[in-house]
Design a protein around this ligand. Structure first.
Ligand code: NZQ
Ligand code: ZN
Length: 389
């Protein structure tokens, strides 16, 4: 394995009833709390009432910050930071999915920083010496794994850039994860989040080193778990075992454990993020369109791993197949699964209707150093064109 340093500062409280049991204790030191959430699902599901009742009973001042959109914008981050400063809050509580958690991570930094966090942090490598406002999260949808890392993906609408940074200081102090909170997620969003989990694992698995390493073994188990439990949760949205497995799969995919010793690719994420910056498409759905086509472009450079994927993840037998046929059968199985769970297979289905804009989007994509095959902007455009319809 390659050398690494590992730390994960987030304390996870997992399971049915965890919010009721632990929230008051976890917010004990805070007097004033910025309660951040999305477009209102938490009001419909009763999560909002549960959380505010607990905070009010503990005598907290609640400063509400609603309306965090999918693909959160830098403008929204600035709004939240202003509100946090004006009200002198001493903790942020993010209740939602990746969009709410990511926006709140950025707010926790922006609220404590005098300069422009986009220019000084998101847009360039390096760190800034700021202690972010303490952040706790209550997860309501499984997918990004944002609860367990310092990563935050923010869209700068003006510059048409959607990009993420992983800064260990932005790891939430605590994550409350009650799988029953995810029962109400609409099936379309559930499979999108599920595919995002699978994508995070594949983007790590399909990268060097390929010699025997425990991270690859863990990833195969995780991928099989995501596939099995997504199928079960589609059948029965209130299957606790399926929902709890998916919720923990999502954390396991992004809590840095499986990345140890791996180069990581994440080129599909680079491409999807820029599609998102230009078209505001849904993250997991965008990934579903791109992955099979991207893998048909790179499999020859990582052939043994694609063979292993076909056999160990999809259970495809070698029987009379060459390595190349086996690798392609694994990618086909992935494509079939995408169709089976109702995810889109073309950019058109994703809502991207203007083919002419694809060149500009392709040219704006970051190039991953960890891919089996280093992309060029020309090849990214080829992939986009192949995905178009
Ligand atoms: O906004 P509300 O009304 O709450 O509705 C949300 C939203 O419409 C709904 N939802 C959430 N919990 C629900 C629910 N509906 C019913 N019942 C519930 N319990 O689900 C919709 C999607 O929410 P969102 O937070 O946008 O989804 P997701 O968790 O997939 O997050 C996507 C964002 O995270 C970024 C993506 O790029 C995208 O911006 N990512 C963050 C990463 C990270 N920080 O590590 C890594 C990922 O690769 C990803 O890039
Ligand atoms: Zn993702």
């Amino acid at each position: 394995m390659n050398n690494f340093i590992f730390q994960n500062a987030t304390k996870v409280y997992f399971g049915q009833g965890c919010v009721k049991e632990y929230l008051s204790c976890l917010t004990k030191k805070a007097e004033s709390i910025l309660l951040a959430y999305g477009g209102g699902s938490i009001k419909r599901t009763g999560i909002y009432d549960e959380v505010t009742d607990l905070l009010s009973a503990a005598g907290k001042t609640i400063v509400e910050f609603p309306g965090i959109m999918a693909n959160p914008t830098y403008q929204k981050v600035q709004e939240g930071a202003k509100l946090a400063r004006e009200n002198n809050v001493d903790m942020i509580l993010a209740v939602g999915g990746g969009s709410v958690m990511d926006c709140c991570k950025a707010i926790s930094l922006a609220a404590r920083y005098e300069g422009d966090i986009w220019e000084d942090f998101w847009a360039r490598p390096g760190v800034i010496d700021v202690e972010p406002l303490p952040l706790g999260v209550i997860v309501t949808v499984a997918g990004t794994g944002s609860e367990s890392n310092g990563g935050a993906v923010i869209t700068n609408e003006e510059k048409k850039i959607k990009t993420g940074r992983d800064y260990p200081k932005l790891n939430p102090k605590f994550a409350l994860m009650d799988p029953t909170y995810t029962y109400s997620v609409p099936v379309g969003q559930m499979v999108s989040g599920g595919f995002d989990i699978l994508s995070h694992i594949m983007e790590t698995y399909f990268s060097e080193p390929d010699e025997d390493n425990v991270s690859d073994d863990i990833m195969e188990a995780l991928m099989k778990s995501v596939i099995r439990n997504l199928r079960a949760a589609i059948q029965n949205p209130e299957d606790y075992a399926a929902r709890s497995n998916l919720m923990w799969d999502s954390t396991m995919a992004e809590n840095r454990i499986i990345k140890m010793g791996k180069k990581c690719d994440f080129e599909c994420h680079n491409m999807e993020h820029q599609l998102g910056a230009y078209t505001d498409c849904n993250h997991g759905r965008g990934l579903a369109v791109l992955h099979p086509v991207y893998y048909r472009h790179i499999y020859k450079e990582g052939l043994p791993k694609f063979v292993r994927f076909a056999q160990n993840v999809w259970g495809i037998s070698r029987e009379g197949k060459t390595d190349e046929q086996l690798a392609l059968a694994g990618i086909d199985a992935l494509g079939d699964f995408i169709k089976e769970i109702g995810l889109p297979t073309s950019l058109k289905e994703l809502g991207v209707t203007d083919k002419a804009m694809l060149k500009e989007i392709a040219d704006s994509c970051g190039i991953s150093a960890g891919s089996y095959k280093k992309m060029t902007h020309e090849e990214i455009l080829e992939i986009f064109n192949e995905c178009f319809e």
